[in-house]
Structure formats: C-alpha cells, structure tokens
Design a protein around this ligand. Structure first.
Ligand SMILES: Nc1ncnc2c1ncn2[C@@H]1O[C@H](COP(=O)(O)OP(=O)(O)O)[C@@H](O)[C@H]1O
Ligand SMILES: [Mg+2]
Length: 327
C-alpha cells in the first residue's frame, strides 16, 4: 500500500506574516486539558478567505478543541490564533464578532419562537437590532414561514437550520460548523450542503468538521485531516481526489523475485513483501496507463504470471492509511 507524503501547503511558518489571503492564522497551537489529556499538538494552518475547509478526523481527534480555541471558548496551552488579524485571546470580543459557531449539540430554548431565538443571539454580540438582517437570515435558511413557531414544534432538520440562523444573526465573516450532519438523514445532509454553498457565494468563509469522507468530497475546497491532535495533511480537494484515482495492479508471479529486473526500472513497481507479487501503481486519469507495454516487458524479462488483480484506492483507504502510518 502506498504511503502518502505529508504536505502542508498552507504553513508559512512565520507568525508575523500569515498568507495574504488568510482570514484566520493558527500557529503552533497545542492544548493539554486539566487532567492531562493532550488534545492538540503544534497545529499550524491558514484558513483562506472565502474557502470551504473540511476538517476530517475520527472521534477524539481534536476537531472541537481546535474550533473552540479559534472561537475563543477554550484557551490554548501554547501557540497563537488570529482572526481578521486580531489575536483571539487578547482581542476576544473583536474576533468573536467576526465568527459564527454552529455547535454539534442542539441547545435551544424549547418554548422560544424562531424569530426571538435568532434576534436574541444577535443581541448577545452587542449588535443593534436589525429586523431586516434577521429576515434575510431566516429566508436564507427557509425559516421565514416558521418565524413565529416555538422551537419545540420544529423537526430535527428545522432545529439545525435555527442553529445556523443563530450563528449567522450577527453577520459573521467566518462560520464554523461542528459536525453539522452527524446523525442526520441523507436529505437533510444535502440541504446542509446547499446552505453551505449559498453562504460561500455570499462571501462567508466556512470551516466544518466531519467524520464523513463523502461530505468533505462533496463540498470542501480543501480538506484537512486531523488525528490524535495533529494536523496530518491539508490539501486542495481536487489534488486529493486525483490521488483517489490512483489504481494498482497486483501481478502474482510463479517464481519469487528478489529485486526488480533492470529492464523494468522505468515502471512504478514495488515487490510485495513475500517477493511473489509485483504491485504496479498508475494514474487512470492520465491517458496512457503503460499497462500494455508493462506486460510485454514482463514477458521479455522472463517473468511468468499466475494471476492479475486490479485495485482502486478510495479516499477512505487513503485516510485510514494516513492515520495508521503516523501512529
Ligand atoms: N473539556 C475537556 N476536558 C478534558 N478533556 C477533553 C475536554 N474536551 C475534549 N477533551 C479530550 O480532548 C481530546 C480531543 O477531543 P475533541 O476536541 O472533542 O475531539 P473531536 O471533536 O475530534 O471528537 C479527546 O481525547 C477528549 O477526550
Ligand atoms: Mg467534536
């Protein structure tokens, strides 16, 4: 199996000069909770203005901790975070007003109306009352017809929309969605994806956490993989998808091989552990696969084949591999 080289295409490493298009710069952030749980270790990342970034990682990876630090809810043990150029600890009120946060758990007052819930949320950020903005937000989330309904009367999907409306009530520039579709049905997930794209079109930068790979595939511009408190990779989705396109052929040999014959050195070949098989890796999107000439050259080199299997790696496998490879 291939190992994936790590690439951090965002990290300038210089805390004073974050990338010019960065709305949020995270530098060497670590977090150890009271009691000793290490949630994050030396995470550095620039979030680009206007992008949709998916943070992918298993439970306990540190996703919520990272978001909570950026939002100023949890203090980092080390490192710095700036949002819009302001430090999230020192200039908390300023940075928090630029940020909307949709928490994973539904935490709404059951007997409050939709309109009051969202209006109240705006007030918490010290913004003046602005019914026109609230109307726009409620319409955007298809909640306008429900504005006078009590939360308790809404479906699960509608409640999630209210959470997003609350997070947008003070017109943030950056929206964090913490596992927005965990445990929701497929239809609602698609609705969420549409809402997220529409918000991006409005110029909102969006960071979402998820452990659904297909969610990252569907909506993200970039994907970050986080595991055991470490950011393992950040990459444009398209690049990642090209890797997903990598295919392998496993060629079983009659006689074991100690090394790859010189005559075959031009091919991307590896010997399987036992020496009884060759693994050929190629990119099926690249036009010529080289398979025909490989088989001709295998024959010329005197190798006798027993069996041939093809294998396509999925993002799921890449993800699992990456996480395994680093532990
Ligand atoms: N308030 C807390 N106190 C102590 N440990 C915590 C706290 N919150 C999270 N952790 C621990 O930090 C690690 C990362 O958790 P979290 O950021 O919630 O991960 P994720 O959101 O990726 O599931 C886990 O080991 C978790 O148990
Ligand atoms: Mg979490």
């Amino acid at each position: 199996m291939n190992t994936i080289p790590l690439k951090h295409d965002t990290d300038t490493g210089d805390p004073l000069h974050p990338g010019a298009d960065a709305i949020c710069s995270i530098r060497d952030v670590s977090k150890t909770y009271d009691g000793g749980a290490v949630a994050l270790e030396a995470v550095s990342l620039d979030i680009r203005k206007g992008e949709i970034l998916a943070l992918l990682g298993p439970n306990g990876a540190g996703k919520t901790t990272l978001i909570s630090i950026i939002c100023g809810i949890v203090n980092p043990s080390g490192g710095t975070v700036t949002v819009g150029g302001h430090d999230v600890v020192r200039d908390y009120r300023q940075t928090r007003s630029l940020i909307g946060l949709v928490p994973q758990e539904i935490n709404l007052e059951p007997f409050e109306t939709v309109n009051n819930t969202v209006t109240f949320s705006r007030g918490l950020f010290g913004k003046p009352r602005d019914p026109a903005t609230i109307e726009k937000v409620l319409k955007r989330l298809s909640l306008w017809d429900k504005r006078d309904s009590q939360i308790v009367t809404l479906s699960g999907g509608m409640k999630r929309r209210v959470l997003i409306a609350k997070a947008l009530s003070h017109e943030p520039r950056v929206l964090f969605l913490d596992e927005p579709t965990a445990g929701v049905d497929v239809e609602l997930r698609k609705d969420m994806w549409e809402i997220v794209s529409a918000l991006q079109a409005d110029g909102v930068t969006i960071i979402l956490t998820t452990h659904y790979i297909e969610e990252a595939e569907a909506i993200a511009d970039r994907v970050g993989v986080i595991d055991k408190g470490r950011l393992m990779l950040v990459e444009d989705k398209v690049t990642l998808m090209q890797r997903l396109g990598t295919k392998q052929i496993r060629i079983e040999l009659q006689d074991p091989l100690g090394s790859i014959p010189e005559a075959l050195s031009q091919y991307e070949l590896e010997i399987d552990g036992s020496g009884n098989a060759l693994i050929y890796t190629y990119d099926p999107t690249g036009g010529r696969t080289g398979i025909t000439s490989l088989f001709t050259d295998l024959k010329s080199a005197g190798l006798v084949l027993c069996d041939v299997q093809t294998h396509q790696s999925s993002l799921e496998e890449i993800f699992v591999d990456l996480i395994k490879g680093q532990t």
